[in-house]
Ligand binder design. Sequence first.
Ligand SMILES: O=C(CO)[C@@H](O)[C@H](O)COP(=O)(O)O
Length: 234
Amino acid sequence: MARSPFTPLIAPSILSADMTRLGDECEAVIDAGAQWIHFDVMDNHYVPNLTFGPPVCAALAKRLSASRPGIPIDVHLMCEPVDDLIRGFAEAGAASITFHAEATRHVDRSLALARDLGCKTGLVFNPATSLEWLKYVLDKIDIIQIMSVNPGFGGQSFITESLAKIAEAREIVDMVVQGTDREIRIEVDGGVKIDNIADIYAAGADTFVAGSAIFKTDDYGETIGAMKQALNAG
Ligand SMILES: O=C(CO)[C@@H](O)[C@H](O)COP(=O)(O)O
């Protein structure tokens, strides 16, 4: 198993935040050491849950650009179709937008759209979705997001089979980035905790989405600190 050559990043998923205080919650996790904010968009169609759209992202982006500049908002679309939402979230200030390969008829076109609008982009893979989709679009990918739970809800348990898929993604990325200045991140989403983050890192991931493991604790600094310590020790 190979490690990522890229700096590991913690990306708290706002799905588990206190929504009545979303701005405060995001500032608190950033102050506690988070490097990205992961913004889960669910449409009650692609997944059986409903969250928020571009206006909430725009409000959060405006606030964070003033109070905590430089922290990217990483939008994960669990929606179908995606193109109008890619336009909406790019306009709303998303730094990156990922979507599920099965959720658009034209994967290549949707990736190009996100890039043309100035966002980083990539594909999200459900637990039973093959990485085969990547083959012809690697030139347009900045992020490979591996779902280690079935999408739709926070607080689920990590599906251990995901470790093999992460390792497979690592091999693909290493072949593409070696000898170049390209950065393709392997982001893992679902059931990431203090006690499994080192194994996920060892399998080849570098970007760790964690919702309940951070927002359901009392001391975000302690939790994110323990995650970073596990990454350093791993
Ligand atoms: O996209 C999703 C779920 O669909 C995730 O981002 C979860 O929100 C992560 O939550 P935890 O498993 O970390 O609680």
